[in-house]
Design a protein around this ligand. Structure first.
Ligand code: F6P
Length: 525
């Protein structure tokens, strides 16, 4: 179906066209802050600094109903192959359904398999953290280097960064992802091969970047030990393609696996979370799962009117489809959450950057927005100028956690005060007289805030699940497949066609590409 044909869509178009200023709404609706703030699982979602009214919110909820969001939620929960182009179920929620109560129809075998892999991951990470696992020369492992990219990198890296305060002091976790030949060596420069364990993380175990880095890591270990038996003590792999991992030389007992029904960008809850587990320990990793599960339970049971992921998704639709703001800035106001925007870029843009509906028709409305962002404390001295006085309106999501354990509460309040000042300035603006037009702020710039009452694994799990379900709900309304990523294939194919021999003209390529290949060849010769 085309969501534009829904009655609610048309009403929302009309409501958005005559929307009031946000500062006026806040002044004239005394109950607005309470009415548009929602709390669940330690998260607080505040959408009061948008132009959404009670009436437009009712229509947005109606749109979710008319487009069959509830049916799609049910299809996910019961293990239907909702990733239709790959004929796969989408069951990352099963990875955190530890008691097996929420995901009804995915079968006892899958549930058992999930628990079995978690338990293997726990044993492995316990061995490494306790020092029981020894390198080939008998030394304790002090460094874990995760080699992976996209979903096999961003989620674990973001969570490890967010929970750095809980890391073991005995072990440092590193992440090597890109094909840039300097990335891995820059990490390895400081490390002792005898104390280093590599985790090759790749769902497919074919990804070019990961395979280059994995081969280089293997060579680094071989160069040091001159003995291929050392590989078993310094390599593990996490993959759903266990055959390819074994063919690479990983011992079967050093393999963790997961399944095709876990999408790469939804996989941090699986054994892809191994670096998290190594850094903070299994018990805390399980807290992350439990926090996400609590949010899942809320998502699948709460009425849409108070359902956090649904509401966050609907606010995004309001800005994107009805106010025509197609960019979304995610601005963390804790350094610990600094990698959240990068993680969300994959989650949101790889999921909803689509222009064909499930029925094969081309969409006639905007789908996934451009997601970007970085630390607000830095950003307000850099790109915020454009947000305040530029020509585009860019809705923001401020994300922050209250740091209850801070040893410097005053400075922490200063950090959060700065965030509040930014959202306030964006919303209210400021008049200037005719002679000082450069001082004029138009204001009326919407922002949402998402707060964690503390930064624990459980709250972080809930936050990530909130965003996963937000993306899901938006995809459901847009009637697109949020779980495939065919758009990344052509570039991969062409990279293979271009290859690494730049000495010959590549006549398959356009003249511009050929000229650049020739120029690079000249520079390298
Ligand atoms: O190229 C995109 C992608 O397929 C992502 O969807 C995925 O997370 C990433 O590459 C890495 O894939 P893999 O885990 O199979 O190496």
């Amino acid at each position: 179906m085309n969501p534009e044909s829904c009655k609610a869509w048309q009403t929302l178009d009309a409501l958005a066209a005559k929307r009031g200023r946000i500062d006026t709404l806040l002044r004239t609706e005394p109950d607005r802050a309470r009415q548009f703030t929602f709390e669940q699982c330690g998260l607080r979602l505040d959408v009061s600094k948008t132009a959404i009214t009670a009436e437009s919110m009712r229509c947005l909820v109606q749109l979710a109903r008319e487009t069959g969001v509830a049916e799609r939620m049910n299809a996910m929960r019961t293990g239907e192959a909702i990733n239709t182009t790959e004929n796969r179920a989408v069951l990352h929620i099963a990875l955190r359904d530890l008691d097996g109560h929420l995901v009804t129809d995915y079968g006892i075998d899958k549930h058992k398999a999930v628990l079995a892999q978690l338990s293997r991951m726990r044993e492995l990470s316990d061995d490494i953290r306790s020092g029981q696992w020894r390198g080939f020369s008998g030394k304790r492992i002090r460094h874990v280097v995760n080699i992976g990219i996209g979903g096999s990198d961003l989620g674990p890296k973001m969570v490890c960064e967010a929970l750095r305060h809980m890391h073991s002091s005995e072990l440092t976790v590193h992440f090597a992802s890109t094909i840039d030949e300097t990335h891995l060596p820059n990490i390895l420069r400081e490390l002792d091969p005898e104390e280093t364990l590599f985790s090759i993380s790749s769902k497919t175990f074919t990804t070019q970047e990961t395979m280059y880095n994995a081969r280089n890591a293997r060579q680094w270990v071989l160069d040091h030990f001159s003995n291929s038996d050392a590989i078993a003590s310094h390599f593990i792999a996490v993959s759903s393609n266990t055959e390819a991992a074994v063919a690479f030389g990983i011992r079967e007992q050093n393999l963790l696996s997961f399944w095709e029904w876990v999408g790469g960008r939804y996989s941090l809850w699986s054994t892809i979370g191994f670096p998290i587990c190594a850094a903070i320990g299994y018990a805390q990793f399980e807290e992350l799962l439990r926090g996400a599960h609590a949010l899942d339970a809320h998502f699948f049971t709460a009425e849409f009117e108070e359902n956090l992921p649904v509401l966050l998704a609907l606010c995004g639709l309001w800005h994107n489809n009805f106010c025509h703001h197609h960019s979304l800035g995610v601005i963390p106001y804790n350094d610990a959450l600094g990698l959240l925007p990068m993680y969300l870029q994959q989650l949101d843009m790889e999921s909803n950057g689509k222009s064909v509906r499930l029925d094969g028709e081309t969409v006639t409305y905007a789908t996934g927005p451009v997601v970007w962002g970085q630390s607000g404390s830095n950003g307000q001295h850099a790109f915020f100028q454009l947000l305040h006085q530029g020509t585009d309106v860019i809705p923001l999501e401020f994300v922050f956690a209250v740091n209850r354990d801070t040893s410097n509460p005053e400075q922490h309040r200063a950090l959060l005060g700065n965030m509040l000042a930014q959202s306030n300035a964006l919303m209210r603006g400021e008049e200037a007289d005719a002679e000082h037009r450069h001082l004029h702020y138009a204001g009326d710039k919407p922002s949402i805030s998402i707060a964690l009452d503390q930064l624990t694994p459980s709250r972080l799990g809930a936050l990530i699940a909130l965003y996963e379900h937000k993306v899901f709900v938006q995809g459901a309304v847009w009637n697109i497949n949020s779980f495939d990523q065919w758009g990344v294939q052509l570039g991969k194919r062409l990279a293979n066609q271009i290859g690494t021999d730049f000495s010959r003209p590549n006549t398959d390529m356009d003249t511009s590409t050929q000229a650049t290949i020739a120029w690079i060849h000249d520079q390298l010769s």
